[in-house]
Design a protein around this ligand. Structure first.
Ligand code: AHR
Length: 502
């Protein structure tokens, strides 16, 4: 079976915003404590950060990190996490029913971002707090000094403002599980009030309003419309969150999860543009897909921890090859819609539904999902090209008929072309024919050089990387191939994530 992808350098979707490869660090389980921060670990540096984890984060290639939540932020007092650590209070974290020691807070987080080179994406608490606390936090972060909160930062040893540009106005405010959840009217008003106040402190911000915490939420669509009717002129982006899992062994539907993500993006773009059209407003609201991943919400790998324990094992999903292929496919969708999705965060970064795992006092290792993310973050830079695809299809119970090939292409500034491709067929290989004839003779675009093909696949689709077998699943190199008559033919193994560079 063959699928053909026709490529043309003139058909560009848009430039990839590096923020598409963001990640997420929430005060949840062991993401922070014994994840990135473990002062007692033999590999910890002077700030208590695990250098083995910092190295893996750099290798992962993530560009941005959202902090401090998630559900956690809706009960959080940022003041608890600054200043001398010995004075910081222990608090009940109601979101996850754990105890937060506050040994890691804003100051430590900013040191972490400096060391990893990640752009911080900061969330404010609009669950139990309001506009005042949001602009006070902003003053602490971004104001040079001469007023109470910015001077406080200076007395804490950070003379220079942090200059954080991208801010989330709360988290999942539509969800009944959220502390301080709201109706769209209530949240829309609060978002516009907070946004306008924050812009008075720092006019140079980019602000994200909370969209729906899932496409399945009963208020999906109406929520976005109402929130944006209040806040259109005050915000720049609206968020989407989506998590997928395999249910009842229906692997074909699971592997086609990107169809749902694509429909989600289409729906939010249509709704945002509808509000813009009514306002006759040339401004466009883009999407921050600031939580996405595979997450086995219905089968936790650990027993319920004791309530109010400190940094227990929570949401420590171990990912299979199948999960990695789905993550790759979701990345393909984010790239394909990079005209309107200008920020995205894989949720999360370490230990909690994460590409990187650690043991307290022990090693750190890469999950299967690490690899597609690292490929996309490394090579998915430049301009996305629109693919015309002719592919065989199959039927799925949840998403209807879907093409077996899911793919996108990105052209780098140096003219190098990368095709990311998923074969959704779990049993048979798929021949991918990339028709490059439209590139003929365009300088570096003649694409006759060597081709590299790496893939992630395994005879056992359930194979995982674990503490005992940390490198059970790694990418492999495909056989040497070269374009012939302007057409490149590559065999995609069954159920595989593929990166083809030419
Ligand atoms: O990422 C885990 C949780 O999922 C986040 O805290 C929340 O925002 C979402 O429901």
């Amino acid at each position: 079976v063959t699928a053909t992808a026709f490529l043309d350098p003139h058909f560009a979707v848009g430039e990839v915003n590096p923020r598409l490869f963001g990640s997420f660090l929430e005060h949840l389980g062991r993401a922070v404590y014994s994840g990135v921060f473990e002062p007692e670990h033999p590999l910890a540096d002077e700030d208590g950060l695990r250098t083995d984890v910092l190295e893996l984060i750099r290798e992962l290639g993530t560009t941005m990190v959202r902090y401090p939540g998630g559900n956690f932020v809706s009960g959080y007092k940022w003041e608890d996490g600054v200043g001398p650590v010995e004075h910081r209070p222990r608090r009940l974290d109601l979101a996850w029913r754990t105890t937060e020691t506050n040994q890691f807070g804003l100051s430590e987080f900013m040191r972490f971002t400096a060391k990893t080179g990640l752009e911080p994406m900061m969330a404010v608490n609009l669950g139990t707090r309001g506009a005042a606390e949001a602009f006070e936090l902003l003053e602490y972060c971004n104001h040079p000094g001469g007023a109470a909160y910015s001077d406080l930062r200076r007395t804490h040893g950070d003379e220079k403002p942090y200059g954080i540009k991208l801010w989330c106005l709360g988290n999942e405010m539509d969800g009944p599980w959220q502390i301080g959840f709201k109706t769209a009217e209530e949240y829309g008003r609060l978002a516009v009030v907070a946004a306008k106040a924050m812009r008075l402190v720092d006019p140079d911000l980019e602000l994200v309003a909370c969209g729906s915490s899932g496409r399945g939420m009963p208020t999906f669509g109406q929520w976005e419309a109402t929130v944006l009717e209040h806040a259109y002129d005050a915000v720049d982006l609206i968020s989407c969150h989506a998590y997928y899992q395999e249910r009842d062994g229906d692997v074909d539907s699971f592997v086609a999860s990107a169809a749902d993500m694509e429909a989600f993006i289409d729906g939010v773009v249509a709704t945002a543009d509808y509000v813009g059209a009514k306002r006759r407003d040339p401004k466009r609201i883009n999407i921050s897909f600031d939580e996405w991943n595979v997450w086995y919400q219905e089968n936790s790998p650990h027993p319920e921890p004791e309530p109010w324990s400190v940094a227990p094992r929570l949401l420590e999903d171990l990912y299979s090859v199948t999960d990695a292929v789905v993550v790759g496919s979701l990345l393909i969708t984010l790239l394909r819609r990079s005209d309107r999705v200008t920020a995205a965060c894989l949720a999360q970064l370490v230990n909690v539904i994460a590409p990187i795992m650690t043991e307290p006092g022990g090693p750190a290792w890469r999950q299967t999902t690490f690899y597609p993310f690292a490929d996309a973050a490394r090579y998915g830079r430049g301009e996305v090209l629109r693919l015309a695809v002719e592919s065989p299809t199959h039927d799925t119970a949840v998403h209807g008929t879907v093409p077996l090939l899911h793919a996108t292409a990105v052209r780098g500034d140096d003219g190098a072309l990368t095709v990311f491709a998923v074969n959704r067929d779990t049993t048979r290989p798929l021949e991918l024919a990339v028709d490059l004839r439209a590139f003929g003779g365009h300088g570096q675009g003649d694409l006759t050089g060597p081709v590299t093909h790496t893939y992630l696949a395994d005879a056992d689709r359930h194979a995982k990387n674990t503490l005992d077998q940390q490198d059970r699943v790694t990418p492999k190199a495909g056989p040497k191939v070269a374009p012939d008559g302007g057409v490149l033919r590559v065999e995609l193994p069954p159920l595989s994530w593929n990166t083809i560079r030419l």
